[in-house]
Design a protein around this ligand. Structure first.
Ligand code: FAD
Ligand code: UDP
Length: 367
């Protein structure tokens, strides 16, 4: 059996960054993935010249210049700025929550008017220290925005009442009192031209990759293949769920190719009312300013996760965080296995944070 310095489980962003850096340091790596493609959840596929984000829309954004320079080695990024639109019944609003949203909601013009309106809507609630997502959202944007743009969307996205969800989920979104529809506050933003799969392929250049290979099967016949393993799958699965199952939220993607040039005029349209079963429709071509005669759209349906489903969003509530800490204690004692990435770390990580974490890990173990 050929042996390697590192066995890397998962050809997603974390695994690819680690493999790239390890190779640069002269280490040999074998990357395995149970899927039939590289790039993990950022995988894109070319459909008639349109890069289709197969596991949900991915917009790269970061405030960290080091990370921005790092990814720019592997792809040229375009100047896409994410500005989703929210549809609530027959009303349409700009996101994130900004003066365009407030002006449409209340027919007002100035920041002072918007702030006064929010104050008026939350005065009686007396929320001193928000204890959950509902209180956090109400105290930030008031009753109307909460009811129309947050409550329905969030409850279908997470399958839980807003009172049972942690407030950090909503703090991801900018809130500003200027007319600015940029969904992110980060200094750098864009979409890699040619797709994320190509970006990851560039990272993995010269690295051995074996697809359609599940670690738990593979290791039965390849014990000793490498003294160190980087594991980016689910940490509870690694330990055969012996302490209990970490919960996730799953998604179902319904993709359609349409014979028209421009279906919705924007790459992301959120459907915020509870009664519409999907959370958003993505029109992929607009990420790259595509002019093709056809278009591809994807409806995103959130669903409860059960074992065997694709785990998308970790549910970082108290129960799961405590359980994760117990798994982490076990994981930290492993001499030969290092856990990383969004599944290994059980975190709602953006891509820039995954890269930063992988680079940090390479610095710790490769130097
Ligand atoms: P993954 O991409 O999940 O890679 C892990 C890999 O390990 C997978 O390919 C899996 O098949 C493989 N694997 C797991 N178990 C095994 C096993 N037992 N054997 C072999 N292989 C295994 N981030 C942003 O910055 N911007 C966005 O706009 C954005 N949008 C998102 C939208 C959605 C719907 C979701 C779910 C996430 C989004 N993210 C976004 C986050 C982004 O997807 C992650 O940060 C990134 O993909 C994590 O990379 P990873 O390598 O940690 O994990
Ligand atoms: N959210 C909302 N209404 C929207 C968009 C987002 O209430 O129209 C909330 C929802 O709780 C969501 C969170 O904000 O889970 C974070 O949104 P983001 O767009 O960052 O989610 P992601 O792209 O990671 O799924």
């Amino acid at each position: 059996m050929k042996t390697y310095d590192y066995l890397i489980v998962g050809a997603g962003l974390y695994g690819a960054v680690f493999a790239h850096e390890a190779k640069k340091k002269g280490k040999t790596c074998l990357v395995i993935d149970k899927r039939s493609h590289i790039a993990g959840n950022i995988y894109t596929e070319d459909v008639d010249g349109i890069q289709v984000h197969k596991y949900g829309a991915h917009i790269f954004h970061t405030s960290d210049k080091k990370i921005w320079d790092y990814v720019n080695q592997f792809a040229e990024f375009n100047n896409y700025i994410n500005s989703p639109v929210a549809v609530y019944k027959d009303e349409l609003y700009n996101l994130p929550f900004n003066m365009n949203t407030f002006s449409k909601m209340w027919g007002i013009r100035t920041p002072a008017e918007a702030k006064a309106k929010i104050q008026e809507q939350i005065a009686e609630l007396n929320i001193a220290e928000p204890q959950n997502l509902e209180e956090q959202a109400l105290s930030l944007v008031g009753q109307d925005v909460y009811e129309k743009l947050i409550k329905g969307y969030t409850e279908k996205q997470w399958g839980r009442d807003c009172k049972e969800l942690p407030s950090f989920i909503i703090k991801r979104l900018p809130l500003r009192f200027v007319y600015d529809n940029n969904y992110f506050n980060d200094r750098y933003q864009g979409i890699p031209m040619g797709g994320y799969t190509q970006l990851v392929a560039n990272m993995l250049e010269g690295v051995e990759v074996q697809l359609d290979t599940d670690y738990f099967e593979f290791i039965k016949t390849h014990e000793g293949i490498a003294p160190k393993t980087i594991f980016t799958g689910m940490v509870d699965e690694f330990y055969d769920y012996k302490l209990g199952i970490l919960e996730y939220r799953s998604l179902r993607f319904e993709e359609e190719k349409l014979d028209e040039e421009n279906y919705q005029g924007n790459s992301v349209v959120n459907y915020t009312e509870r009664e519409v079963p999907y959370t958003r429709i993505i029109e992929h071509k607009h990420f790259e300013f595509g002019k093709q005669p056809t278009t591809v759209i994807t409806k995103e349906y959130p669903s409860e996760w059960k074992q065997g489903d694709e785990p998308y969003y970790p549910i970082n509530n108290e129960r799961n965080n405590t359980l994760f800490e117990q798994y982490k204690e076990m994981a930290d004692k492993e001499g030969s296995v290092i856990f990383g990435g969004r599944l290994g770390g059980y975190k709602y990580y953006d891509m820039d944070k995954v890269i930063a974490a992988a680079l940090e890990m390479t610095e710790a173990v490769l130097n």
